[in-house]
Design a protein around this ligand. Sequence first.
Ligand SMILES: [Zn+2]
Length: 75
Amino acid sequence: MEDRRKLKILMDLEKLNTLNEEGCLACGGKFTLGEEAVLARGKWEGFKYIHEDEAFFDKKTNQHYERRYYLNSRR
Ligand SMILES: [Zn+2]
């Protein structure tokens, strides 16, 4: 429970400046102030911040995944 909360961040100006160079890799859009983002695995290397509603939390591995990536990888 505690771990899960730690993974979620709220976008402030500092984070926007850093993360919007790449933007959200799940939808290709940018983050906006006050949005929630989580560190997730996807078709990219390692973990990246994506919008929380584009992520799926897998209880087995205790990690967030980009939804489409997660569904495809389970086929
Ligand atoms: Zn997104």
